[in-house]
Design a protein around this ligand. Structure first.
Ligand code: NDP
Length: 528
């Protein structure tokens, strides 16, 4: 974002961007809109690959609008993509790491130059509001750059070890981290840019070759990232982009013995299936899983309630509650419960819902028919056991009838043993509970399988206790910019504990790149 000199877009700064940001977004949106409905191929071994069967990528805000036509990739396409990546691996892994860094930096430059175009596509395809959409692209640029910086700071991860004392000999020992081979990246619908780009950049800069598959709902954004890799000059076969259903081409990719490692970001159910499938091979291959969340916010009686209310509302309903980090549970100490709930209801009611590309809109549609149905079923179930404070209905007035629009929903009085306190709903519904004290809140917060993000609002002397006790990979205290959402590479590396992730090391952080490499020790002995 070279144009806005003193402004850096992150999920924490995006609420009030400079005017130029809006002007450029609207210009690019206009261009993208005149170009809808085109057909896009897969990219295998540097070639455009078409299938006999296609699928339509539709705008969830207006399902009459076909954004593009994409290929239903087959098992054969999966195998060809893996074969191309395997063939390219030898040369790419032997390319000096500073040359790989230079190519990945060039790709980051291209993504940065195309940020408004990619952001406009992303807003149409995912239903993200414009600042969240541009945030997803800007995050991708930073993930690419962070991977390059990390490679440089560690000098390519080549480290001279001690010289063992061998009388009459000189022994030198080096620890070298080396890539695994063909790396698979499987992408969810909700961050189709950053969750394609982050793992892709890490895999590529460390010397692996890549096959990436986006979600069926969001193939276009990942295609634009693939084009940036292509235009940056990565050799044929080093990256491959395939599309189609998870159950067919996705499964064929997972089952292929030549896949050396995988980064899967998506639901717990699919992620664990992949993990178990991978365990059936003759040796253990790396599986990086980034899975769901059930992210709590805890509010103490000493909290600044205005900060808590805005932070919780932003995290509960940003991207329609479809972030892995969405704040879906809130535990509030009794003395401040009524006052905070009143603020939350009032803020939630003020959120504008509609076409997410419009400047003033905060909530767009949910992603598809399944999510639309899930929302309605969850509301029915919650109405039976709790109190809907606001929301609780689908929105069908005027143009909203053409898309999957639902009202952001706050629920109180839900018994604490209700199953939906533990289930990731992934729609804009957040449940609120009154607790006697902070320890009760903490016990409830930790009593789920997930452990992705968590937020706290309270006195400074309570904060260390929160950090110490909470079981989550990304934790925030007293943050009005977002109770549980809004991590940024380099600032808040992102990853989950327990059922939310497999490695215990966060993306966009200091321990991430080594996950994509294996260690080899080089010992050389010379007679003196
Ligand atoms: P899904 O698990 O439904 O799908 C994720 C990806 O897996 C899609 O590309 C999908 O393809 C593919 N897939 C599905 N089945 C298979 C299979 N058998 N083999 C290989 N690939 C398969 O997740 P969603 O896209 O709905 O994303 C939402 C989920 O992702 C939520 O649980 C959310 O919490 C989690 N998430 C976690 C993040 C984190 O960093 N921890 C970040 C973002 C999201 P297709 O679309 O064709 O089915």
């Amino acid at each position: 974002m070279a144009a806005e000199k003193d402004f850096k877009l992150t999920y924490a700064t995006m609420f009030n961007p400079p005017e130029e940001f809006h002007i450029r977004f609207e210009e690019e949106l206009g261009k993208v809109r005149t170009n809808l409905g085109k057909e896009y191929a897969m990219i295998i071994n540097g070639q455009e690959r078409y299938s006999s069967e296609k699928f339509a990528d539709r705008n969830p805000a207006n399902t009459d609008e076909v954004l593009g036509i994409f290929q239903k990739g087959t098992t054969e396409d999966a195998h060809d993509a893996i074969a191309a990546a395997k063939k390219a691996f030898k040369a790419w892994s032997r390319t000096p790491w500073p040359d790989r860094v230079a190519l990945i930096r060039r790709a980051a430059e291209l993504i940065d130059q195309r940020i408004y175009e990619i952001g406009a596509v992303l807003s149409l395809e995912v239903g993200k509001n414009r600042t969240e959409a541009l945030g997803d692209v800007a995050e991708t640029v930073d993930l690419f750059r962070y991977a390059c910086q990390s490679m440089e700071e560690h000098h390519g991860f080549i480290v001279e070890m001690g010289r063992d004392p061998l009388p009459g000999f000189l022994a030198t020992n080096f620890s070298v981290l080396r890539p695994y081979g063909v790396w698979l990246v499987i992408i969810p619908f909700n961050f189709p840019c950053a969750l394609a780009g982050g793992p892709a950049a890490a895999a590529l800069v460390t010397g692996n070759t890549l096959v990436m598959k986006p979600a069926t709902d969001t193939p276009w954004t990942a295609r634009l990232i693939a084009e940036c890799l292509r235009d940056a000059g990565l050799p044929d076969g080093v990256f491959n982009y395939v599309t189609g259903s998870g159950n067919t081409i996705g499964q064929a990719l997972i089952e292929h013995p030549d896949v050396a490692g995988v980064t899967f970001t998506g639901s717990y159910e699919v992620g664990m299936k992949i993990y178990r499938r991978f365990a059936q091979s003759p040796w253990v291959r790396p599986v990086i899983l980034e899975l769901g969340g059930k992210n709590p916010a805890i509010v103490s009686r000493h909290a600044n309630l205005d900060d808590a209310a805005i932070g919780i509302t932003r995290s509960a309903f940003g991207l329609q509650g479809q972030k892995c980090s969405a704040c879906s549970r809130v535990y509030i100490e009794e003395p401040v419960y009524d006052e905070l709930v009143e603020k939350l209801v009032s803020l939630t009611k003020s959120l504008k819902i509609g076409d997410p590309t419009e400047r003033s809109v905060y909530l767009g549609p949910v992603i598809n028919q399944n999510s639309y149905r899930d929302y309605q079923n969850f509301v029915k179930e919650l109405q039976q056991s709790g109190t809907i404070l606001t929301g609780g209905q689908i929105l069908t007035e005027g143009n909203l009838a053409k898309g999957y629009f639902v009202a952001p929903t706050l629920v109180a009085d839900l018994p604490l043993n209700h199953r939906l306190w533990k289930h990731e709903m992934f729609v804009p519904i957040t449940t609120l509970a009154k607790v006697k004290n902070l320890q009760e809140a903490m016990d409830l917060a930790n009593d789920v399988n997930y452990g992705l993000t968590a937020g706290f609002y309270g006195a400074p002397e309570e904060v260390e206790w929160f950090f110490d006790e909470i079981e989550a990979g990304v934790t925030y205290a007293n943050r009005p910019q977002g109770a549980t959402t809004g991590a940024w590479p380099g600032f808040q590396p992102f990853g989950g504990w327990k059922a939310s992730g497999a490695t215990g090391k966060n993306a966009g952080g200091i321990y991430y790149l080594p996950l994509y490499m294996r260690e080899q020790i080089h010992t050389l002995v010379k007679r003196l």
